[in-house]
Design a binder for this molecule. Structure first.
Ligand code: ANZ
Ligand code: ZN
Length: 826
């Protein structure tokens, strides 16, 4: 046979599969349905190895399910709005739209080159008006149902570019582009009320049985439910009340100061016109240069400043100073904290630093605590002291007692708090879905009527990187008429966070061309929920949480047939080179296209699936790639050399030699192993290594004399070899299948069943012991009688010399296991 010419083979079959529409999902109701989904990529320009891994994993599962009789939905699309396109426009003067669509074309070509079995007729791109029209429609449903609202909120602001920056554009507190120190700007922005779903998003994690535990834990922590109380502190000498959320109401008698977030609205009110005003403002500016992560990091020095006002502890009546500090965040709890230095380590350090009093209110059961001598906070439960009428009870009891007391007296209430905040969706960017809202002087906030969607992104926009946002500078976009009164109005110029676009794409795939609705509920019901989702663990929190949120909202509004989108989740490991993640900055990137060019897509796929189990990190290895390439060549040659003996049917397995039985054993063992490895744990690496061993067995068999080879046994082995390998290496196997004389595509062939009879070996291995010590092994026919077995055991060379001249007391046979010879010295 000719050499393995992967270039020709891969191009040929990709073209044929396209023409045959082999991967088109039919709305075929006779088969069970399987929805296989991989996270769609951001079209950054080129596929990277992480993509190749993600999509190869998904492709094996999709192909395996098809061959197992499922009607499979396996779609692909583009998460194609976002900042990089806009940066490219600013840097290189290319329009974001052109940049994006060129990248999509290139990456689609690369995906096709890898032979991933997508139904391209269902392709979606979130930046296409046919798609973002429905993203806008989603916004309107959220708005109509009270789940979208506007409030003032801080955005990162570069004073020299005069532009809003996304978090990822702020590097070490400076503008990524010009290096100026970033400050904050308070802007009216849109939010989605995800907190209204916090409890359900938390509780339903229990139902996600097919998700990795680590992802579920991450989601739980992100939602971060805390139980406690909200206590009302009065500002001394005013009518102002500061509600404070605490998880430790039992410590309320130990409060020696309270701390507000620097952005807390009371701060300005309490300091305006006082001698503290200037110092406080300077402090706030400093805090605003820090990111939230820095502010809450345990590494960061806690800093604060007294603002000149006092509050009254509602329970103890104590008068305590009011401070502001960097570590208190405005949008957690109530943006205010009661400081209990004796029982909270952070407060302890803060009090020590600023010489604030420390008041012990809980002591261990059998010892006292002296505030002056404490080296750290006492955070454990204990017995109440210095707590008035509550002295002597346990701090656990105190929890409920104090809440009841506060509730009775109207001083506070029981409270559940979530770390999860409402979702800030406004982006002061061009390349995103415009928020479909109009502002009218007469009518106020007016949603764009659904029939006017999409609100199209204008194309004649300048990208200077300066100013409020490109859309705000675009007069023709901004000026519009009010849909209610017809008077002059202004459009919202912010666009939506791209996480919105990716929170419902998996439903659009079920009905991608619908022009009346985002998707038809019946069609979605056919496929949803996604049976298997595969993607990077970097999406374990936001994307998955937002998608769950969207699905629940759409379910509640009657549009979605399900309230959880993804039944099973596989988070793949990273692709490393020399121990670290492949990245441009490290210069350790291996380009998929070069590998495909040099070795072919089948080798690239095989390597990436063979080198590690899917969830584990994978270390790139050039030798590993070479090895997989050599293996495919071995497959090519053994099939080629065996073709003269190959017969498609009429096989008979009655007269089999020992070697025939061994090869049949290997064949059926491999079917069993590969099937189990793919279906139960996605252990593609061990499945591939089993196939490699099967190829070794075929080569051994091929060494036999010509007349000893059984064509039926070879044919059976060849069939199964190429079939089992086909999900991993779809092109070479298709080519071989056709050279074996088959007309239909190998990818339509039913997945094989193993023959359990072929797995029963007619020989068995026995251990031979002398006086209980293992001395030798023998292979005997399985149906051999006991006397013969004993004879054979005593007859091996080793045993003969061992028992020579000794008295044989008895010979014991343990069926199927061992022969023990008991001897005695004479
Ligand atoms: C007094 C206290 C005493 C607290 C004590 C803890 C221990 P989790 O469990 O994460 O919900 N806190 C409340 N709002 C805050 C904010 N905006 N920024 C920073 N810290 C804030 O934490 C709840 C605790 O975090 C609250 O309980 C509060 O401190 C603090 F011995 O109140 B605690
Ligand atoms: Zn109006």
């Amino acid at each position: 046979m000719d050499n393995y010419n992967f270039k020709e083979i891969e191009a040929k079959w990709q073209k044929k599969w396209d023409e045959m529409q082999l991967h088109k999902t039919l709305e075929d109701t006779s088969k069970p349905e399987f929805y296989m989904l991989e996270m769609f990529p951001y079209p950054s320009g080129n596929l990277h190895m992480g993509h190749v891994r993600n999509y190869s994993i998904g492709d094996v599962i999709a192909r395996f399910k098809r061959m197992n009789g499922y009607n499979v939905l396996h779609p692909m699309g583009w998460d194609s709005f976002g900042l990089p396109a806009e940066n490219a426009a600013i840097k290189h003067g290319i329009h974001p739209s052109k940049w994006t669509w060129d990248n999509i074309d290139n990456m689609r070509r690369q995906l096709k080159q890898l032979g991933i079995s997508y139904d391209w007729d269902r392709e979606v791109a979130t930046c296409h008006p046919d798609y973002y029209r429905w993203t806008q429609w989603m916004f309107l449903q959220f708005y109509k149902n009270g789940l979208a609202y506007r409030k003032k909120s801080y955005a990162n602001w570069c004073p020299s570019c005069k532009t809003v920056l996304a978090n990822e554009q702020v590097v070490d507190g400076r503008c990524e582009r010009c290096g100026s120190e970033v400050s904050k700007k308070n802007l009216e922005q849109w939010f989605f009320k995800i907190t209204a779903y916090a409890e359900r998003l938390l509780n339903d994690i229990e139902r996600l049985e097919g998700w990795p535990d680590k992802v579920k834990v991450m989601q739980k922590n992100w939602i971060g439910k805390s139980q406690g109380a909200e206590l009302l502190f009065k500002v001394d000498g005013t009518d102002q009340v500061i509600p404070i959320f605490t998880t430790r109401p039992d410590t309320v008698f130990g409060v020696t100061y309270i701390v507000l977030a620097p952005e807390h609205p009371l701060v300005e009110a309490l300091t305006r016109g006082t001698s503290y005003e200037a110092k406080v403002n300077k402090f706030i500016e400093k805090v605003h240069r820090m990111s939230e992560i820095e502010r809450t990091s345990t590494e960061t020095e806690k800093e604060g400043i007294f603002i000149g006002a006092y509050a009254i502890n509602p329970i103890s009546g104590d008068r305590v100073p009011i401070w502001i500090a960097n570590y208190v965040l405005l949008d957690y709890g109530t943006g205010a904290v009661m400081g209990v230095p004796a029982h909270d380590q952070r407060d302890f350090q803060f009090a020590k630093k600023y010489n604030l009093p420390i008041k012990v209110v809980i002591t261990p059961k059998d010892s006292a605590l002296n505030a002056e001598e404490m080296k750290e906070a006492y955070e454990e439960p204990g017995i109440m002291v210095n707590s008035g009428q509550f002295n002597g009870i346990s701090s656990q009891d105190m929890m409920d007692k104090i809440i009841e007391y506060a509730e009775k007296k109207g001083l506070g209430k029981r409270k559940v708090n979530y770390r999860l905040r409402d979702w800030l969706i406004s982006r002061q960017r061009y390349w995103g879905a415009p928020i479909p809202i109009v502002y009218c002087d007469r009518c106020g906030i007016v949603p764009v009527p659904e029939h006017q969607l999409p609100v199209m992104l204008p194309t004649d926009v300048e990208f200077t990187g300066q100013g409020e946002s490109p859309l705000a500078e675009c007069e023709s976009f901004v000026h519009t008429t009010c849909p209610v009164c017809g008077g002059p109005a202004r459009r919202e110029t912010d666009t939506m966070d791209t996480f919105i676009c990716s929170s419902w794409y998996f439903m659009r795939y079920t009905d991608p061309h619908n022009a009346e609705m985002p998707f038809d509920k019946e069609k979605a019901a056919r496929w949803m929920p996604v049976d298997q989702y595969v993607g990077g663990v970097e999406h374990a929190i936001l994307h998955l949480l937002y998608s769950r949120f969207f699905t629940k909202v759409l379910y509640d509004l009657g549009y979605s047939p399900v309230d959880e989108p993804f039944v099973n989740l596989l988070t793949q490991g990273m692709v490393l080179k020399d121990g670290s993640k492949m990245s441009k900055s490290k210069g350790n990137v291996v380009s998929p296209e070069e590998i495909v060019d040099k070795y072919g897509a089948d080798t690239a796929r095989l390597f990436i699936l063979f080198a590690a189990p899917p969830e584990k990190d994978l270390e790139w290895s050039d030798q590993g790639v070479e090895g997989c390439y050599r293996f495919l060549n071995r497959v090519w040659r053994i099939v080629g050399e065996s073709l003269p003996l190959y017969r498609k049917d009429g096989r008979n397995f009655t007269q089999l030699s020992h070697a025939d039985k061994e090869l049949r054993y290997k064949t059926h063992y491999t079917i069993k192993k590969v099937t189990e490895d793919i279906s139960t744990r996605f252990n593609f690496n061990t499945a591939i290594s089993a196939i490699m061993e099967m190829v070794n067995a075929l080569y051994q068999y091929a060494d036999l004399e010509e007349e000893q080879k059984n064509p039926d046994v070879i044919s059976e082995a060849l069939d199964n070899l190429v079939i089992l390998l086909s999900p991993f290496a779809p092109h070479i196997t298709e080519e071989l299948w056709h050279r074996m004389g088959h007309e239909e595509s190998i990818h339509m062939v039913p997945w094989p069943d193993y023959d359990s009879k072929a797995l029963i070996k007619d020989e068995m291995q026995l251990v031979i012991q002398v006086n209980g010590k293992v001395r030798d092994k023998i292979t005997v026919p399985r149906d051999e009688n006991e006397d013969n077995i004993k004879q054979m055991a005593m007859g091996t060379e080793k045993i003969k010399t061992l028992v020579d001249g000794k008295d044989i007391v008895k010979v014991i046979y343990v069926k199927g296991k061992l022969v023990n010879i008991v001897v005695r010295e004479v």
